[in-house]
Design a protein around this ligand. Structure first.
Ligand SMILES: NC(=O)c1ccc[n+]([C@@H]2O[C@H](COP(=O)([O-])OP(=O)(O)OC[C@H]3O[C@@H](n4cnc5c(N)ncnc54)[C@H](O)[C@@H]3O)[C@@H](O)[C@H]2O)c1
Length: 380
C-alpha cells in the first residue's frame, strides 16, 4: 500500500469532517493508498496544535505557503473559507501537489477558471468535496435514473433550507460568521447551499442551459463580529429562488434560504419522469422514495427504500442491512473514491472543471437576479 501525505488547511467544521475521513477510510475500504495525516495548517498556532493533537496530525504549520513548499506533502486539502481557495489551489498546483478543495470551488467563475487552468496545466489529481454525491440514497437515485427506470425526465425540484440567520442580532464576519460576509463568502445561499443542489442536479439530470432567478437580502445591515457597534451592509443573498431549463428538455425549480423557521438543513430533491419518480430528503438521509408507474395498477404507490443493503451504493463497506450510516460517512466515501481514482487512473468526479460548471451556474443565477433576465449558462 502506498502512502499519500496530506496537508490540511483549516480546522473548522470541514477540517474535522475530513480528518475523521482520513482516519477511517482504510478501516472500511480496501485501497491501494493510505492517507497519512502529515500536517495541519491554520493562522492560529495554539488552535491548530490543539486540533492536530486531537485528530492525530503529525505536525502543524501556521502559513499555508510553507505547508505547500514542504517536500513531504503530496496533497493539499483546502478546508478554509471560500476567499482562500483560489490562491491556495493555484500555488499548490504550481508546486505539483494534488489538490482537494472544499466547495464552492471559488468566490466566482473568473477565479474558478484560473484555478482550473492551473490544475490542468500542472496535471495534478484533483477533487472538489461535493459530498452529497456520496450519500448512498442519492447514489441510488443516480443508479435508478441511469438504468432508465424513471424514463424521460420532465421535472427537477430542489430545496435547501436553513433558519439560523433570522435574528438581526446575528453579526457577520470573523472566524465563525464569514458566511454572512460577501468579501469572504463570495455569495450567500447561492454559493453555500444551492451549489450543493446544483452539483447533485447536474450529476443526476445533466447540463443546465439557462436560468432565471430572484434573490432577497432580508436584513440589510449587520454588526461586524468582534467590533460592537460597527454596522456593515449585508452583501450576500439571504434567499434565492430560480428556474432552470436543462439540456435534456426538462425544467427545474430551486429554492434556498436561511430564513425557513424550523428547517435546519433540509436538502431535498424530487425528479419526475415519464415512468417513475425519485425523491430524497437529507434530514432522512438513509431513505429514498421511489415511484414506479410500471407496478400493477392496484399496487401503485411510493416505495420507501431503506438504503442499507449491501448491494446499495457504498453500503457493502459498512454494517449489516438495516443499520444506518450518517453525514460523516459521505466524506469517507469521497476519500475512498479519490484514492480509488489514483489507483485506477480514472479521475474522480466532481473535479475542478466539473465544479467550475456549478460555479458558472451560480454566477448565472446571481446575474439573472440582478438583471431580471434569463441567462444562458456558459460552458466550463
Ligand atoms: N462539503 C460540505 O458539505 C461543506 C460543509 C461546510 C463547509 N464547507 C466548505 O468548507 C470550507 C470551510 O467551511 P467550514 O464550515 O469548515 O468553516 P468554519 O467556519 O467551521 O471554519 C473555518 C476556519 O477558517 C478560519 N477563517 C475564518 N475566516 C477566515 C479568513 N478570512 N481567512 C482564513 N481563514 C479564516 C476560521 O478561523 C476557522 O478555523 C468553506 O469553503 C465551506 O463552504 C463545505
Amino acid at each position: 500500500m502506498k502512502d499519500l501525505n496530506i496537508g490540511l488547511i483549516g480546522y473548522g467544521f470541514m477540517g474535522r469532517a475530513h480528518s475523521n475521513a482520513y482516519r477511517k477510510v482504510n478501516q472500511f475500504f480496501k485501497l491501494g493508498y493510505r492517507p497519512v495525516m502529515k500536517a495541519a495548517c491554520a493562522r492560529d498556532g495554539a488552535q491548530i496544535t490543539e486540533f492536530a493533537d486531537n485528530w492525530g496530525w503529525e505536525s502543524v504549520e501556521t502559513d499555508w505557503r510553507k505547508l505547500i513548499a514542504r517536500p513531504d506533502i503530496d496533497a493539499i486539502d483546502i478546508c478554509s473559507p471560500n476567499v482562500t481557495h483560489h490562491d491556495i489551489a493555484i500555488e499548490a498546483a504550481k508546486a505539483g501537489k494534488m489538490v482537494l478543495c472544499e466547495k464552492p470551488l471559488a468566490m466566482n467563475a473568473a477565479e474558478g477558471r484560473a484555478m482550473v487552468d492551473a490544475i490542468e496545466k500542472a496535471g495534478v489529481a484533483n477533487m472538489v468535496w461535493f459530498n452529497y454525491r456520496r450519500v448512498p440514497a442519492i447514489a441510488l437515485a443516480k443508479q435508478i435514473m441511469d438504468e432508465g427506470r424513471i424514463g424521460r425526465v420532465f421535472h427537477y425540484r430542489a430545496k435547501y433550507l436553513q433558519d439560523w440567520t433570522i435574528s438581526a442580532k446575528v453579526p457577520q464576519g470573523g472566524a465563525t460568521l464569514w458566511r454572512l460576509d460577501i468579501d469572504v463568502a463570495g455569495s450567500g445561499v447561492t454559493g453555500d447551499l444551492l451549489a450543493h443542489s446544483i452539483d447533485t442536479a447536474i450529476w443526476l439530470n445533466g447540463p443546465v442551459e439557462a436560468v432565471t432567478a430572484m434573490t432577497e437580502t432580508f436584513i440589510k445591515e449587520r454588526e461586524v463580529q468582534g467590533q460592537p457597534g460597527t454596522l456593515k451592509p449585508v452583501g450576500i443573498d439571504d434567499a434565492c429562488a430560480f428556474l432552470v431549463r436543462f439540456r435534456n428538455g426538462s425544467i427545474g425549480t430551486f429554492e434556498s434560504t436561511r430564513y425557513a423557521r424550523g428547517r435546519k438543513n433540509q436538502n431535498t430533491f424530487e425528479v419526475n419522469g415519464e415512468n417513475g419518480s425519485v425523491c430524497f430528503d437529507l434530514e432522512d438521509a438513509h431513505r429514498l422514495q421511489y415511484f414506479d408507474h410500471g407496478d400493477v395498477s392496484h399496487l401503485h404507490g411510493w416505495r420507501d427504500l431503506l438504503v442499507t443493503d449491501s448491494d446499495h451504493p457504498y453500503m457493502g463497506h459498512w454494517w449489516v442491512p438495516g443499520c444506518v450510516i450518517g453525514y460523516e460517512h459521505t466524506f469517507i466515501h469521497a476519500v475512498a473514491d479519490f484514492l480509488t481514482g489514483l489507483e485506477t487512473g480514472v479521475a474522480v468526479q466532481p473535479d475542478f472543471r466539473c465544479a467550475l460548471q456549478t460555479q458558472l451556474i451560480c454566477d448565472s443565477v446571481l446575474e439573472s437576479a440582478r438583471s431580471g433576465q434569463w441567462v444562458k449558462v456558459p460552458e466550463a
